[in-house]
Design a protein around this ligand. Structure first.
Ligand SMILES: [Fe+2]
Ligand SMILES: [Zn+2]
Length: 412
């Protein structure tokens, strides 16, 4: 991983940028606070663009930027240990534009950086703006993953940011021009974060084996699936680096699992409900390991947003479900699988030597066409990572972009 830590010392910045924020980021001040008022249970803040934020007392006390360890920036104040009622005595917008809160009881004073405060406003509108909605696609809106040159990614942080944002938003991207070496896939993954080792090793090979441990090591067509649905936590990212490809077939295939889930939700609400609530049994059939897991095929969070899909026809175990639901569950499963097999949801493209495909293994289904007859060879080398590695790297790149903006705004 290349080092992205910042050399900027907050003390060298003009107020209120010199204020602590309880983290290592700098925050541009795009809007000034114009007024602060104490309400019954909240502090009301008005901004110069007319936006209004309201912060509950425990939220503000919990996020006091000085109540963190000066080196780690981790909280040292515990709300649960507070002996006084959590209530401000007084609030005001200071001369330099920070929110100042003086707490009753212990008299502690908190000063909130306006850029930080605006960024963390939890009004409905602000929360909606921050939501990272996936950009859904199918064959009518996308022909192949966005492409990025490896040399440009390494040389330019903005290209790296575009590459990683594309993986986050569309679920996939292809690197072109990666070195044709055995560890190149490990180097590409290592630029993002820490690799996830599995029973297939740190890196694994996808090529025809005489003694295959998985269908991927045969010449068979691989229908759309996610890898390792048999594991409690399916890897969030998969990288596949092409070293050799001169077979007649072997096209790579991707399906946006969220797009298919949306289609199922619109067409068959009952099937959607079944697949989001009832667990299916997944099981591997390896000679040397015995992973099994039960989980719904479509994962959703408490707001109804998708968290992932879990699909693998040849990695399912015998279904263990309430007797009266079995037939309906199979119908729902067939409907979901059937949609993912339709050409209108699939993109197919050829990986050339030096290409490295990266995709979200909990959102996208992947597969390949059969390798076809003839003497050609196809060799991909792959590895897994988790989604939070991608998010951390993106956060660091975005942190640096914000720092450049703040420093540039300080003048000579
Ligand atoms: Fe796979
Ligand atoms: Zn404090």
């Amino acid at each position: 991983m290349s080092d992205l830590t910042e050399p900027v010392d907050r003390a060298d910045l003009v107020p209120p940028h010199d204020l602590g924020t309880g983290d290592f980021s700098l925050y541009p001040i795009d809007h000034a606070m114009v007024a602060a008022a104490l309400e019954d249970r909240t502090v009301r803040v008005e901004w110069d663009d007319g936006h209004v934020s309201r912060f509950h007392f425990p939220w503000l006390r919990d996020n006091c930027p000085c109540c963190v360890h000066p080196y780690t920036q981790e909280q040292v104040f515990e709300l649960a240990a507070a002996v006084h009622e959590i209530r401000p005595e007084d609030v005001l917008v200071s001369d330099v534009g920070a929110l100042e809160v003086c707490w009753s009881g212990d008299g502690h004073a908190s000063r909130y950086h306006p850029g930080w405060l605006r960024e963390h406003c939890y009004s409905e509108g602000s929360r909606r703006e921050r939501l990272l909605a996936p950009v859904l696609w199918d064959a009518s809106t996308r022909a192949r993953p966005d492409g990025f040159d490896w040399g440009a990614v390494v040389a330019d942080e903005e290209v790296e940011l575009a590459w990683l944002s594309s993986i986050r938003d569309t679920g996939c991207a292809v690197i072109h021009g990666a070195p044709l070496t055995d560890d190149a896939v490990g180097e590409i993954a290592g630029r993002i974060g820490v690799l996830r080792e599995t029973n297939f090793g740190r890196l694994f090979d996808v090529r025809v084996d005489t003694d295959p441990v998985s269908n991927s090591n045969t010449g068979l067509e691989l229908p759309p699936h996610t890898d390792l649905p048999t594991r409690e936590y399916q890897p969030g990212l998969q990288l596949l680096h092409c070293l050799v490809n001169d077979v007649a077939g072997g096209l790579s295939l991707l399906v946006d699992g969220y797009r298919v889930a949306a289609e199922l939700r619109d067409r068959s609400p009952r099937f959607y409900e079944l697949l989001t609530t009832h667990p299916w049994d997944f099981a591997n059939r390896s000679r040397t390991s015995d992973y099994r897991w039960r989980a719904p095929m479509i994962g959703v969070d408490s707001d109804g947003n998708w968290t992932g899909v879990r699909v693998g026809n040849w990695l399912r175990g015998p279904l263990d479900a309430p007797f009266d639901l079995v037939e309906e569950l199979y119908e729902a499963y067939r409907a979901f699988e059937g949609l993912s097999h339709q050409a209108r949801f699939q993109i197919r493209f050829r990986l050339e030597p030096g290409d490295c495909l990266i995709f979200d293994n909990r959102r996208l289904l992947h597969g390949r066409t059969s390798l076809g007859p003839g003497a050609g060879r196809r060799h991909l080398r792959g590895c897994y990572m988790d989604r939070d590695e991608l998010r951390s790297r993106l956060n660091m790149l975005e942190r640096r972009r914000r720092t450049r903006k703040v420093v540039a705004g300080q003048g000579p």
